[in-house]
Design a protein around this ligand. Structure first.
Ligand SMILES: [Fe+2]
Ligand SMILES: [Fe+2]
Length: 211
């Protein structure tokens, strides 16, 4: 858009100043000068935006990472997600904007969490000969997405909204309980300290990408 505006103004300069230079050489001289400056400004702006976003991501993932080992990071994210559920359940049918905002927050939190588990922890589980649990848990993530889809599509002022959220919360709570009480402790025991450190680092990297 900015480049196009620059081109347009350079064309009008050419037509008013007249001259007998060929149109093509004129166009190239002006356009490279204008678009070069504009591209430079755009790159500088993009660099600032990227740096700001990296800072935000670092803060966001830092909050999770400060929880410690990979299993503690994931458990703290379970707690954070359940807190968003509770805030959603504290709304009434008239608070549609708040419901929409909290649902967005929940979607982001659960997407990020699923990315960390599906790209790091569940593959490590399968490599540790626990494919059955990995497949079951990953299958449940599919239902998490289904609940999110249904709730995002649903009107926010209907009584069914809260009952759907309650049903969803129960699924997430059960899923998190199985991970925290059975699956994660077993995997952690099976891995060496170095392997656990590696999983922690990979979980943080995966979270950073999604933060
Ligand atoms: Fe999970
Ligand atoms: Fe989880």
């Amino acid at each position: 858009m900015a480049t196009r505006t620059g081109n347009r103004s350079s064309n009008s300069n050419r037509s008013t100043s007249g001259g007998n230079r060929s149109r093509s050489s004129d166009r190239s001289a002006f356009n490279w000068g204008d678009s070069g400056a504009l591209v430079g400004a755009a790159i500088a702006g993009a660099a600032i935006a990227v740096a700001a976003n990296m800072g935000r991501k670092a803060v966001m993932q830092g909050l999770s990472a400060s929880a410690g080992d990979w299993d503690e990071v994931l458990a703290s994210e379970h707690d954070a997600a359940l807190m968003i559920f509770d805030k959603l359940l504290a709304t009434d049918d008239g608070q549609t904007f708040k419901r929409t905002m909290l649902l967005k927050k929940l979607t982001h939190a659960l997407d990020k969490h699923a990315h960390e588990e599906e790209h790091v922890v569940y593959p490590a589980l399968r490599d540790a000969n626990d494919a059955a649990d990995a497949d079951l848990l990953e299958g449940e993530h599919g239902y998490v997405k289904t609940f999110l889809f249904d709730l995002n599509e649903m009107e926010k002022d209907v009584p069914e909204f809260a009952s759907k959220v309650r049903e969803f919360r129960a699924l997430v709570q059960e899923h998190a309980k199985m991970e925290e009480e059975q699956v994660f402790p077993r995997l952690k025991r099976e891995l060496s300290p170095e392997q656990n450190d590696r999983i922690t680092s990979l979980v943080n990297k995966a979270g950073f990408m999604m933060a």
